[in-house]
Design a protein around this ligand. Structure first.
Ligand code: S3P
Length: 187
């Protein structure tokens, strides 16, 4: 068997170091580690890493929190959709998406068409531990943030499960999650 006739998804997604043929989009809840793992995966593959929230912030010249406060969630979702659409039409990248992006049907359909999608799944206690370290997530600026996180996790999990792959993002070292992800994708 030669390099060019390898089977499995890896041969199609990352035939050579630094060369992705398809965007790898990470989806899942806040605190699932999409940014940390995505950045490490991109570095391992010699690919470009982009975080959709950071791109929305750059485009709006406002933080996600400011966008929610001043323009509202609906406007944030509109910007998110536009940014992800633009990114998916560009060169293949490793893309970390905001936790609500895959829930929007048009954004989800774009991702299904233009990317390999991976659900970064984590236990609710792990998610809670991670998100409670920072107070930058507007959806959790409420008196009962843990309940909100639990509810969102339950509502969203069946939709995240539509992703092409699922990888567990537990408490272990990030490098182990990256290895599991590379194994799942075959890259
Ligand atoms: C959101 C998740 C956030 C950010 C915004 C909304 C969500 O991104 O897009 O606060 O709806 O779950 P992270 O998943 O990167 O925290």
């Amino acid at each position: 068997m030669t390099d060019s006739d390898q089977s499995g998804p890896g041969a199609a997604i990352a035939p050579r170091p630094g060369e992705l043929t398809r965007t790898i989009a990470l989806v899942g809840m806040m605190g699932a580690g999409k940014t940390t793992i995505g950045r490490k995966l991109a570095s391992a593959l010699g690919a470009t890493f982009v975080d959709s929230d950071r791109e929305i912030e750059k485009a709006a010249d406002m933080s996600v929190q400011e966008i929610f406060e001043t323009l509202g969630e609906k406007e944030f979702r509109r910007g998110e959709r536009a940014v992800i659409k633009r990114l998916l039409k560009g060169d293949p990248i490793v893309l970390a998406t905001g936790g609500g992006a895959y829930l929007e049907s048009s954004t989800r359909n774009l991702m299904k068409t233009h990317a390999i999608t991976v659900w970064m799944n984590a236990d609710i206690d792990v998610l809670w531990r991670r998100v409670s370290r920072r107070s930058t997530r507007p959806l959790l600026q409420q008196p009962n943030p843990r309940e909100v996180l639990e509810r969102l996790n339950e509502e969203r999990s069946p939709v995240y499960a539509e992703a092409d792959f699922v990888v567990e993002s537990g408490d272990g070292p990030a490098d182990e999650v990256v290895s599991a992800l590379r194994k799942a994708l075959g890259v």
